[in-house]
Write a protein that binds this ligand. Sequence first.
Ligand code: PEP
Ligand code: MN
Length: 367
Amino acid sequence: MIVILEPSIQKNNYHNLMAYLDNLPNISHRIHEEKGTQQTLTEIYLIGDTASIPKENIETIPGVERVVRVSQPYRILGRHAPDDNRSSSFEYNGVTFSQDNLHVFAGLCAVDTPEHVELMMKALQDNGQVCTRMGAYKPRTSPYSFQGHGKSCLNYVFELAGKYGIKVIAMEITHEIHIQEINEALAQTGHPTGVMLQIGTRNTQNFELLKSVGKQQQFPTLLKRGFGITLEESLNAAEYLASEGNHKVVFALRGMKTHLGDPHRNLVDFTHVPVVKRLTRMPVCIDPSHSVGNRARSPDGLLEVQHATAQGVIAGANMILVDFHPHPEKALVDGPQALLLEELPAFLQDVQIAREAYEKRVSLAAH
Ligand code: PEP
Ligand code: MN
């Protein structure tokens, strides 16, 4: 059960409620405050057998706005009733993430050279973009493959991001120590940009990593769906982050590992965009690059990566993680699926067309 308090309520204005909750036998509670730019939202999670607690009684206590009964295993991130329209949005470094808007994170799968990072950042700025993806820590199938430059590249990546007005970089981490390394590099460079910590598909159920990332409040998180587990299992993984205190979670679909998706690298699962939005309050990201995994072009002239992107966007996706590279033939990771910088303007226009179509579909459904 979740008790939602009136916006911006002060602690001393809900002591009657706390006295009531303290007297409930075998029920513990946890207070969560979400500090937004306009107001602070306070929610109290009741843990234990709450079935017999009358919701209506709590709703009459001063300071209480609403009580929501939890009907999903993901109690914090879940959407628990058709009228559970609690805000799903959060703001980070001047960029707002929600189930209602869309951001493109085009960038390098893996950082290789400062020159390539700079060419990428400049192309993004030239095209009005403020977000990117940059891999420094790469989980690789083979121990002999390039593992990413790690912390040695962070300072120049952050400085170049600042130089070109990039506000948020999605960056995968594979160990909790990487959070500290990112923090140190941001401090050393004077916080020129922000980072969204990415948890990759291979780590979706690395519960200790999820707990560490969930415990910190500084960075939002992009959680990739596990490529060989159910959607429910991946949503529970996201709930690990929230249960530790960090509710700023974006959920990414990136395709499922099965040969039934051949010749794509993974079976594209973007029909799950509206499903994740119905079951949870998280903004939903799609990763067409790791889903499709190639640069094949269909007879209509569009790349299959573009078709997959449009399918996710027309279904309401809120974020796109997509691989670009100034010289894919020189990329150290995933060159064959990277789009070229010259393809960025058309890619963005195509996304815009799909987004407008989505918005028209939503207004049609409202009539
Ligand atoms: C990536 O985005 O670079 C990546 C490795 O993705 P995934 O975890 O989905 O394979
Ligand atoms: Mn990759």
